[in-house]
Design a protein around this ligand. Structure first.
Ligand SMILES: [Zn+2]
Ligand SMILES: [Zn+2]
Length: 352
């Protein structure tokens, strides 16, 4: 597992995955801060809208929560692409009068007024610790984030989707957003590519774009320095890349492909969907095969080591038994020689 990776194309693939990890860690502190700021902003807005200084409700479920604007006709999101939930049957208004307002605030802040409600747990919105992330998860386009309770569990694409879909963040990032969109494109390109290998020219270009993104003034947090250093080490080929890194990178890719499949299934164009799914399945198969080969080779190597270990153990046991026999023999010889000395001593005494 600790063997150095030799194949250049595979090394470049692993380098790109490791570099994407650096970008995620680099922009994480910024996103964490934005989650906290948004939560504080919503608490202030609650106070302005309904005069409540505290938000404590933990009972409202997103599937049944009645939006605050339900009582208003017409619906304020009538022009939004998708139908609004405010007229749906079975909606329950928040007994505290707060959750519906947060619902509307999130919807207002989504660039298309279409948050991904399946990702969020509204019962946790009022929680000081979990609330900020639970609210922010509504801005991730990919489904499947409901059970991810920590921002660190999100992948780089989810973090970039937040920056794209949250209008406040989008506005704050301004032109800088294009740097993040490039990272998203690199990630999709790498995970969509069936070759599983990346040329040195491509990896160099990817790493430069990642550096550009992390060098943006907006991400200027102490952690970014470390990640830029890690990126530089990857670029200079200083970091050791092992088979273990390759196995981890491929497993990570398979998880990412699954997420891409979920996202692809959400698109409207059936023809594009079929093509994209087919391509992703091809890449998935290639990575699974490569992983199988690697794992089989590792297993073979381990069996060989086990065999050698057993051989060495048998050899050692044999040597030990020889030493033990010699030792026993020596002790017996000592006893015999001691007895013969005693016998001679007795016989001399008797003669006297
Ligand atoms: Zn509505
Ligand atoms: Zn409530």
């Amino acid at each position: 597992m600790n063997e150095e990776l030799k194949d250049e194309g595979t090394r470049n693939f692993v380098k790109t995955i490791l570099a994407l990890r650096c970008v995620k860690s680099g922009i994480l502190p910024f996103l964490k801060q934005k989650c906290a700021e948004l939560h504080t902003q919503y608490l202030n807005d609650l106070e302005t809208i309904c005069g409540r200084s505290g938000y404590t409700c933990t009972r409202c479920h997103i599937k049944t929560l009645e939006p605050y604007h339900s009582s208003k006709i017409p619906c304020k999101y009538a022009k939004a692409k998708l139908k609004c939930d405010c007229r749906r049957q079975g909606k329950i208004s928040c007994s505290e009068g707060t959750c519906g307002i947060i619902y509307d605030l999130i919807k207002d802040d989504h660039v298309q007024n279409d948050p991904n409600w399946s990702n969020t747990n509204s019962e946790m919105w009022s929680d000081k610790q979990r609330g900020p992330w639970e609210i922010m998860k509504s801005f991730i386009s990919t489904r499947g984030y409901e059970s991810k309770t920590n921002i660190s569990d999100a992948d780089i694409t989810a973090l970039i989707q937040i920056c794209i879909n949250n209008s406040r963040l989008r506005c704050e990032l301004g032109d800088n957003l294009k740097y993040l969109e490039k990272i998203k494109d690199i990630r999709n390109l790498v995970f969509h590519s069936g070759t599983l290998k990346i040329s040195s020219a491509d990896v160099h270009m990817y790493l430069s774009k990642m550096e550009d993104a992390l060098n943006l003034h907006i991400f200027c947090f102490p952690e970014v320095k470390d990640e830029l250093k890690n990126l530089e080490n990857i670029k200079q080929d200083i970091s050791r890349l092992t088979i273990e890194d390759e196995v981890t990178a491929r497993t990570e890719t398979l998880v990412a492909i699954r997420e891409l499949q979920i996202l692809t299934e959400q698109q409207d164009n059936i023809q594009d969907l079929k093509c994209d799914i087919a391509q992703l399945q091809r890449v998935q198969l290639e990575h699974t095969r490569a992983l199988d080969d690697r794992l089989n080779a590792i297993e073979k190597h381990m069996l060989k080591l086990q065999e050698e270990h057993m051989k060495n153990k048998t050899f050692l046991n044999h040597q030990r038994s020889v030493i033990y026999d010699l030792d026993t023999m020596n002790r017996k010889m000592d006893q015999i020689s001691h007895a013969s000395v005693m016998l001679r001593y007795v016989s001399i005494n008797c003669e006297l």
